[in-house]
Structure formats: C-alpha cells, structure tokens
Design a protein around this ligand. Sequence first.
Ligand code: PGA
Length: 266
Amino acid sequence: MQVIILPSARDVALYAADCVVDVIDARTNPVLGLATGSTPIALYKELVGRYQSKQVSFRHTTSFNLDEYIGIADSHEQSYRTFMNRHLFDAIDIIATNTHVPLAESQDAGTLKKSAQDYEASIQQAGGIDLQILGIGLNGHIGFNEPTSSFASRTRIKTLSESTVVANKRFFKDGEFQPHLALTMGIGTILDSRAVLLMATGKAKAEAVKAMIEGPLSAMCPASALQLHETATIVLDEEAASLLALKEYYQWCEQKRQQLHEGNVS
Ligand code: PGA
C-alpha cells in the first residue's frame, strides 16, 4: 500500500484529481470506477473545474460506479445515479451511455441477480477498470461491502449494516423510505481493478483507516482487503491519519518515492 498523508481534505481531492487525469491522459479508452458519498464530492468538483478550463476531456472515458440502492427509482433524489449525474456526469463531456451505475430499481430478486451478473460482464467487456476510486465507511466498508463480506465477492445484493443505515439517514426525509439493501460490486470485483485509490478525510474515519492499513487482513474490516492489492494508494488528510502507528514511516516512504522518481537513490 502507498499511504499518502496530506495537510487537508482539499489536498486529498486535488491529489485524487491528478490521479484521475493521469489515467485519462495515459489511456485511449480509460475506464474509471467511481464512488458516491460525501468524500468524493470535492474530487468531482475539481474534475468539473478542470473540464471547464479545458485541462481534461471525458469524451472517451467509460465509468462504473460501485453501488446503488435497491428499492428506489434511478430518478429518486437519493439514488446514486442522481448523485453522479448531479455532481459529475451532467457537468462534463462524458457520453451518458458510457456511464454505468448498477441497475437496482427492480423489486424482483431474479431480475436483480441478473443485473448484478450483467454488471460484471459489462466491466469485463470494457476491458476492466483502470482506476477505482473508493471511500471508506465508518465500519470499514468499501462500496456496500459490509463487515464479513467475502474477499472473493462479486457484484451482488447486499444487506446494509445498521451502522451504514444510521450514517446515511441524514440524506432521507423524516418518514421517507430508506433502502436497507443495495447492489454493490464485490470485494473481488474491486480487487480486479488495475489500480485503486481510497480517499479518507476527517477524524471520524481514523479508526477505520487504522484497521484498513495496520490491522489484520479481516472480513471484519472489508477495506483491509486492499492490503492484497498490488497498486493500492490510500490518500488521507491529517485527521484521518491521526491514529496510524507508522505515520512517520509512511511520510518518509513518500519522500523516498519522490527522490526515486527524480532518479536519486541515495
Ligand atoms: P462518506 O462515505 O464519504 O460519505 O463518508 C464513505 C462510504 O461510506 O464509503
């Protein structure tokens, strides 16, 4: 794992935006894995700004989002499709049909299972994901892979944990139906991405971040599965990094990495 600790949440967003733009510049048909939640909003804002100032075009980019709620329409205010359209897709030149969010509107289990299989097939057909953006839940989830999710899991129906339902309650109106199920890429699906970039900011994430980086490999912290990924970058602000035991070591590694990049091996 490459652990990058930056002064502020804004620096985390800028760093992630640079990584996304690097992938777009390097590939003829880049495939991005995208995430929802509060953390990547600053990244999307930055990408929209860079598109508007003509620093990047998404014309040839394909995207796959991690997850979607089951039981609400795509057009629902709180669906992840609506979130992505609002925060990114409607403001850039990506071709709408090249943006994918799991189709989870159906109430029929068979239809949802088929939708999950089709999602995996679409990722394959696109050539796999070049860079998967991730956030981390308070309970260590990635996508909606809640604690005890198999590290081999693929896109499937997942029951949300109580902690996730409580954390996301703020987005739903009082008395409004709040989904307890989701269609989510599995941990195996995420690990297949050629590179992953997990962003975490704020003190509330410090425990989950510590478990992910320094804890044992355990299904109790789904994000710890990223320890198995050859090209995983974890980008943190100071608060999210505050409980890491080896914080100075990660900062030193980063200095050395930059020196190596400049050809200096001393
Ligand atoms: P957040 O959610 O960015 O809103 O904190 C992250 C997640 O639950 O994956």
